[in-house]
Design a protein around this ligand. Sequence first.
Ligand code: ATP
Ligand code: MG
Length: 554
Amino acid sequence: METETGKGHFIEAIIREDIKNHKNNGRVATRFPPEPNGYLHIGHAKSICLNFGMAGKFRGKCNLRFDDSNPAKEKQVYIDSIQSTVTWLGFEFGTPYYASDYFDRLYEFALELIQKGKAYVCSLAPEEIREYRGTLTEPGKNSPYRDRSVEENLDLFARMKAGEFEEGKHTLRAKIDMASPNINLRDPIIYRVKKASHPRTGTKWCIYPMYDFTHSLSDALEGITHSLCSLEFEDHRPLYDWILDVLDTPCHPQQIEFARLNINYTVLSKRKLQKLVEEGHVDGWDDPRLPTLEGIRRRGYTPEAIRNFCDLIGVSKKDSRVDMGLLESCLRDDLNERAPRAMAVLKPLKLTIENYPQGLTETLEAANHPQKEEMGKRPLTFSREIFIEQDDFMEDPPKKFFRLGPGREVRLRYAYLVTCKEVVKDETGRVTELICTYDPATKGGNTPDGRKVKGTLHWVNAQDCLEADVRLYDRLFKDENPEQDKQDFIENLNPASLEELKGCRLEKSLDEALPEKVYQFERLGYFCLDSKAGARPVFNRTVTLKDSWAKLSG
Ligand code: ATP
Ligand code: MG
């Protein structure tokens, strides 16, 4: 999880320097502050790895804090999912923090601002507030309510809290500078009336603090030293600092911005992911094609692969788009080490060995990993009838086809050499069965006479194999940058992002498969049992063995 190159990225360099200078007494405290209004995606993983990574590296702490100050969109299911996802990624956060736990103290801070003449109750209607705010090129205008007395402000604010006013009637605004070139400093709203019940505080409050106010003060209350956030908050930093300068807070954390993660062939925004889910383009938030962490977890991604990916992409101030191929190659590297091998036939073709004794079943042995003896071996049964892949047979094969054809000999992995003697077809001319012979002297795949047999096929024993459905996933979007065009990004969906195969055959040992445990199906790719499968097993393709998209574009 560590960057081995020199001093690491620019944030790491800042933290090192701060420690050297005994800033914050050498202490490091970070936080990951999701709003619980949706599920986490791989972009959040970047922030999680960065915040927990820095705390881990410098023996500091990292808080998981729910930024739950907007009750309208926040739900307990998201809170639960976020916690389990952070844990799954391999990070420990102890007890989570909630911005809503600070509502009383935030209210006190608002009173302090009013008393210091730095906040006022504004009674402009929402559209008037917008109008008065000005634009990027024109300064704003002062609200006519800007000079209310402290007493009047305290009275109105108390009545806002008491529920006397409807939503939108009054707001509490910081008194900063309506002519500031930075719009965030044009008397931003810090409290609004919202008559909504909150998942944690119920109906205790009918005013809720706004993001910037909540966020800066929550950081300060938790003693955060480095508040790491994505670049879009750069323009908010002056407000973050203004709030902490004006108020008497325990400390003043340093906000540092970094570039968000973007990945090609997908979208990383809760709003867009929500549209995909709500319009039914995917099968829920944990659809294995989505970049949500719940989705890629169901697909078979490992936390190690994700952490390694986040480490490789690094942290910088420059926005960029990372190739999906990089994420997939991190996954392949990890799975190649970790995944036990197994055999499965996705499109079965029956193969009968006519000279193999009727009723005999042999038990062969197969290594679970070709390079890792410690992963052990498993028994593999073999008998007269097996299944091979339809694609591994051609009736009229070209020269370079090293698989099975009439009269040709191939090796069956871990078993024997077989030669195709006869092709059985149905009335439509479709090949339904191959009749072969085997050479009993070739057990284990060896040729005692040294004859060369190039092709090796995977197979399963017809007698005891499992029947399963297999889902082949591909990229969700056919366009490298789905958001590029002005039209709806939905139009760029890849119509072939899911192929469902029925009646696949798997070797018997896979009846012990568990969700999230990934196998390499030899010659086919990496697969794992779907966590939502019912009585009939369903396997998801986690990733292919090779990057087929690289070939297409290269
Ligand atoms: P979205 O835009 O997808 O809705 P968000 O920024 O609203 O995401 P939050 O719940 O506010 O989501 O995010 C929590 C933290 O995760 C924030 O600090 C945010 O900067 C960070 N984060 C969100 N998306 C990314 C991303 N793509 N890359 C890096 N960090 C991200
Ligand atoms: Mg947000």
